[in-house]
Design a binder for this molecule. Structure first.
Ligand code: FAD
Ligand code: DHB
Length: 391
């Protein structure tokens, strides 16, 4: 088999890249380890930056998102049992974010690729990439029990944090930057109308809590928990109890409960590799970087990476010029590090650390007070939350 761009992974990075390449007349084949059904059901991110929303709309895959997504013009920060609003509209000259589940974005992208007769191969096994520093890199894999080889001009490693592409780069080439946090998030999806019109990020002495949503009927809620905690320790009753405590507010606000549809624990880390290119392999999305979830940046960073990559490949196929491909890593990393900083900062401000002391707690409360009372600080939070410019 041959293609122009072999894409490993049908997550947001891989599927969006395949779509953006198709719009420029560039052929790709996407290889995905999971089934289509698993990809379309996996509950993950839910907040799209303004730039991600614009990109999906401009490239013709935003119609269902515009009908079903929820536009949010601000968030609430809660501390000391009070809430203070960050008004994105006012602070960023009219920008907002969209609540629309990651797996819905993936369904829309898969549909668009299938309508355009794009090649998506699900349930492939034993993927390996090779000849990365030559002119015809290869992907080997098994599909339906038989071994296959795909010869490409380029390979895009969009296979997430645990994929095979990043480990295929010689270790001496990659610089790894990492920070692991001493806590995790326990997340639930509940059949309950959201108890607030906007997201609530809560700092509490028992730990962080987040109220989010997926639709007018479905709530998405998170609580900070120990990093090695087991989901079996958390009955639904215990989770609701913890959410009630951490989200309790002086004005008598009530948290609405409902059946828990899904629950899981996610560890938290900040991670970046530099460079994001080795020969003809380009890493994009979670395969190159992870942010802690506070601030909802992972999917959006993946979208920003593949936007840069698709333009660079577009220029290469249109003119033979490699300047944009050569600067892919530098271009992406400039934005990635700013987003890393923001995600680390939101995480540090809102969580209890195992080794914190009364000084740290007072400092966090002062920071929350400052960020919600100084216009300069509120603008900084808002412009990062709605998304820094893509270029
Ligand atoms: P992935 O989505 O991980 O996709 C990689 C794909 O590659 C997967 O489908 C995987 O099956 C496939 N794959 C892996 N290995 C192989 C292989 N060897 N061969 C073939 N295929 C392979 N981000 C936000 O922006 N906003 C949020 O609100 C948000 N909330 C989150 C909440 C949670 C609980 C979690 C876990 C994450 C959240 N994120 C959020 C992060 C976001 O989900 C990720 O950053 C995003 O999925 C990254 O996309 P990706 O395409 O790079 O990688
Ligand atoms: C969601 C996840 C986040 O990490 C976040 O900061 C806000 C919302 C969510 O899943 O809805």
């Amino acid at each position: 088999m041959r293609t122009q761009v072999g894409i490993i992974g049908a997550g947001p990075a891989g599927l969006l890249l395949s779509h953006l390449l198709h719009l420029q007349g560039i052929e790709s084949i996407v290889l995905e380890a999971r089934s289509q059904q698993q990809v379309e059901k996996r509950v993950r991110a839910g907040i799209l930056e303004q730039g991600t929303v614009d990109l999906l709309n401009e490239t013709g895959v935003g119609a269902r998102m515009m009908r079903q997504g929820l536009v949010h013009h601000g968030i609430e920060l809660q501390f000391g049992h009070e809430r203070r609003r960050i008004d994105f509209q006012e602070l960023t000259a009219g920008k907002s974010v969209m609540v629309y589940a990651q797996h819905e974005v993936l369904k829309d992208l898969i549909e668009a690729r299938l309508v355009a007769q794009g090649q998506l191969l699900f349930e492939v096994d034993d993927v390996t990439v090779g000849d990365l520093d030559g002119s015809k890199p290869k992907v080997q894999f098994r599909k339906d029990g038989s071994s296959q080889e795909l010869i490409c001009d380029f390979i895009a490693g969009c296979d997430g944090f645990h994929g095979v592409c990043r480990p295929a780069v010689p270790t001496e080439v990659l610089n790894v930057f990492e920070r692991i946090y001493p806590f995790a998030w326990l997340g639930i999806l509940a059949q309950a109308p959201p108890s607030s019109k906007e997201l609530i990020y809560a700092y509490h002495e028992r730990g962080f809590a987040l109220l989010s949503m997926r639709s007018p009927e479905i709530s998405r809620l998170y609580v900070q928990c120990p990093p090695d905690d087991d989901i079996r320790n958390w009955s639904d009753e215990r989770i609701w109890q913890e959410l009630h405590t951490r989200l309790e507010c002086l004005d008598g606000w009530k948290l609405m409960e409902g059946p828990v549809l899904q629950k899981g624990i996610t560890g938290m880390r900040s991670f970046v590799v530099e460079p994001m290119q080795y020969g003809r392999l380009f890493l994009a999305g979670d395969s190159a970087h992870i942010v802690p979830p506070t601030g909802a940046k992972g999917l959006n960073l993946a979208a920003a990476d593949v936007r840069v990559l698709s333009r660079a490949l577009g220029e290469y196929y249109a003119s033979g010029k490699i300047y944009l491909l050569d600067s892919y890593s530098t271009t992406c990393l400039r934005r990635i590090w700013k987003v890393q900083r923001f995600s680390w900062w939101m995480t540090s401000m809102l969580h209890r650390f195992s080794d914190d002391n009364p000084f740290d707690q007072r400092r966090q409360l002062a920071e929350l007070d400052y960020v919600t009372s100084s216009r300069a600080a509120s603008v900084s939070l808002a412009e990062n939350y709605v998304g820094l410019p893509m270029d």
